[in-house]
Design a protein around this ligand. Structure first.
Ligand SMILES: O=C(O)CCC(=O)C(=O)O
Length: 349
């Protein structure tokens, strides 16, 4: 099914009028260049903040895919404990380089979804009108997977938006969606099966998350970082475009540092604990459990220099999203950890 064939609950009559007076145009262009400048400044500040967090973050080790580290303090650099993390990092996994045949299949799915949608229809990461460079789209694993999403409590717009802005986001995400079928559906299923098998086989402890199964795979999501060096710290909101109980990310192009930032302050230091690990091109990491629900994640791509000494940041990644939360599960497992204390008090009353 092509993107335009999909059912939509969006009222397309809300799209903005194209008629504009000259004064509106010049006013809009001033506003937009101011907006671009603000965006650039915010981007630079975000990157600076992430680099500072990364400089202090605890380096993580993995044993058979599972994060093993001393989680008691971000200021400790030693990772002397070799016990799977039970704290905020519980549920974090990272593989070594994937077998090359599997990687080629994943790359072909990554490319196929982009060509089905068209890169010009992919959606900015933070939603329409927010972040102009990083783009993403969704390739659902057949019509059943798409139906599951449609029948769920999930709405594909940025979590913080409502009303018309939410509708615009939702429509844009809808246009940035395709449903995998035929040969590509088979490739997508077979690659997912192999990837899940690879994670199981290389996991020394029996700790692979329950939702890591082909039956629970909902969608592949290519991400084009498009020249941006970093992806700011964020939580994947489970009832929005960050859906999925388990999120697996494959580094398709360019190596990077992945930062995991605890949601709760360390009682000793008064700061949010942070951890980091290197993810090389061709490797993947998995967020489930506490690492998915109670931590933020962020990306800083490695600096790559071309023959003329120009920096190129071409990071591309591919997410696989498994399982869907109901509204109750999303609250229980994720959202309540991120509510302000006064909101929690209100909830309790
Ligand atoms: O490209 C990545 O490693 C991160 C993707 C991501 O943060 C996400 O899908 O939430």
């Amino acid at each position: 099914m092509s993107c335009s064939d999909m059912e939509t609950s969006i009222n397309t009559s809300t799209s903005t009028s194209t008629s504009t007076s000259t004064s509106t145009v010049s006013c809009n262009s001033t506003t937009s260049s101011k907006k671009e400048q603000d965006l650039q400044e915010a981007e630079e500040q975000d990157l600076q903040d992430l680099l500072e967090i990364a400089a202090e973050a605890t380096e993580l080790n993995f044993r058979g895919n599972i994060a093993v580290a001393d989680t008691t303090s971000s200021t400790r650099t030693s990772t002397s404990t070799n016990i799977p993390c039970e704290g905020p990092l519980q549920g974090l996994m990272k593989t070594g380089r994937l077998p090359s045949e599997l990687l080629s299949s994943l790359e072909s799915i990554h490319d196929h979804i982009q060509s089905q949608i068209g890169v010009s229809k992919m959606v900015p990461w933070a939603g329409v009108g927010q972040d102009s460079s990083r783009l993403r789209g969704f390739g659902f694993l057949g019509p059943q997977a798409f139906r599951r999403l449609q029948q769920s409590d999930i709405r594909l717009h940025a979590q913080e938006k409502n009303g018309k802005q939410a509708q615009i986001d939702q429509q844009a995400n809808q246009n940035a969606t395709c449903i995998l079928k035929g040969k590509y559906l088979q490739i997508a299923k077979s690659a997912a099966r192999q990837l899940i098998g690879f994670i199981h086989d290389t996991c020394t402890d029996n700790r692979t998350p329950k939702h890591l199964s082909l039956e629970q795979l909902i969608a592949y999501q290519p991400n084009l970082h498009n020249g941006a060096r970093h992806l700011a710290a964020h939580l994947d909101w489970p009832l929005h475009e960050g859906f999925g109980k388990v999120i697996l990310t494959v580094a398709i192009k360019q190596s990077a540092t992945i930062l995991i930032i605890g949601g709760k302050e360390d009682t000793l230091t008064g700061t949010q604990p942070a951890w980091k690990f290197q993810l090389k091109q061709g490797e993947c990491y998995l967020l489930a459990g506490n690492a998915r629900n109670m931590c933020l994640h962020a990306v800083i791509a490695d600096v790559d220099v071309d023959v003329d000494d120009n920096h190129k940041h071409q990071r591309e990644s591919l997410n696989l999203r498994f399982g869907l939360h109901t509204a109750t599960e999303a609250h229980e497992e994720v959202t309540r950890h991120w509510q302000e204390e006064d909101e929690e008090d209100e909830d309790a009353n």
